[in-house]
Design a protein around this ligand. Structure first.
Ligand code: NAP
Length: 301
């Protein structure tokens, strides 16, 4: 029989991921702090719980997809948290991007109650969450990973067991180094093209077929050109990830000059009203300020 699944955190990523779990035929109980976000899942057959503790009582495996380390701590170990509704044998899969150190601490705390935990952060953005094609990097015991693989497969395509508790989060931080610098590269290229008076759409088309192709070029450059800064991934969450990366890098004595630069560039726009709630491709705005131009469809100055 399929395990009963619980899902906590129905934001940009969590909602489509939960829908895919439901579509794969799992009995699903959901919780979201802002309760209105549970409506759609309720209509499609999910049960709605009144707290993370109740989700845990109703489930064999609980998935969390919230924002940051303190939020995972709160929904897992806080008042009415998962731990209050837990029993030995329960499995927590935390798919949020958080600190590897905090992950290890929560895993240890849950272990004292006989609860297993995997850290399973994702890459692939809102599109990957909707299409069920996320890349999922997993830390935790191999046998727990294998038991959870069918559920992970309902949300992702490339699913890799990296190592023990925290290893999934370390891999995700590496992912954010690459993703951030790819996005910066795209933004710099687009600003240069705009300043040179080129047709930006033609430049994107030409570059998409060559060695400079990237996820950021294919998925984010077109939104920049359309001046569509609606969020797939919020600037404030990207900044949260960059803080996690830089602090983790410091803990192992590594310098990441490129990643620090992206963090500083976001700082330069974050002070503007509402900027932290834009999509992370708003990074272009910091380079546009420096270059004195705007990247858009028409040939621009
Ligand atoms: P989001 O749209 O802001 O959603 C965050 C969710 O977490 C909301 O459901 C929110 O509840 C809930 N939440 C936050 N703090 C909470 C707390 N203390 N207690 C209870 N619930 C809490 O963010 P998202 O884009 O889905 O991102 C979720 C996670 O995935 C983050 O760790 C992010 O870094 C990671 N991620 C995002 C992307 C992406 O492209 N968006 C890609 C890969 C990984 P409310 O509705 O009440 O606010």
């Amino acid at each position: 029989m399929k395990p009963k699944v619980g899902f906590i955190g129905l934001g940009i990523m969590g909602k489509p991921m939960a829908k895919n779990v439901l579509k794969a035929g799992y009995e699903l109980t959901v919780f979201n702090r802002t309760s209105s976000k549970t409506e759609e899942l309720k209509r499609t057959g999910a049960k709605v719980a009144s707290s993370p503790a109740q989700v845990a009582r109703e489930s064999d495996i609980v998935i969390t997809m919230v924002s940051d380390s303190p939020d995972v701590r709160e929904v897992v170990l806080g008042k009415n948290g998962i731990i209050e509704g837990s029993r030995p044998g329960l499995i927590l899969i935390d798919m949020s991007t958080i600190s590897p150190q905090v992950t290890v601490e929560i895993n240890h705390e849950l272990g004292r109650r006989g609860v297993e935990m995997l850290d399973a952060p994702v890459s692939g953005g809102e599109k990957g969450a909707i299409e069920g094609t996320l890349s999922i990097m997993v830390g935790g015991k191999k046998e727990v990973f294998e038991r959870c693989l069918p559920i992970l497969k309902s949300m992702g395509r490339k699913i890799t067991h990296i190592g023990p508790s925290g290893a999934g989060q370390w891999a995700k931080l590496c992912n954010q180094v690459l993703a951030s610098l790819n996005l910066l590269a795209v933004c710099e290229g687009l600003v240069l093209a705009a300043k040179a008076g080129l047709d930006i759409n033609k430049v994107i088309e030409a570059l998409s077929g060559g060695a400079a192709q990237s996820w950021a070029l294919l998925n984010q450059a077109p939104k920049i050109v359309e001046r569509d800064f609606s969020p797939g991934f919020l600037v404030k969450l990207h900044q949260k990830d960059l803080r996690l990366v830089l602090s983790a890098a410091e803990s192992v004595g590594v310098s990441l000059p490129g990643t620090s630069l992206v963090h500083q560039l976001y700082n330069s726009i974050e002070s503007e009203e509402g900027a932290s709630m834009l999509g992370n491709h708003a990074l272009i705005k910091s380079l546009e300020k420096l270059a004195g131009c705007e990247v858009k469809s028409q040939v621009s100055s």
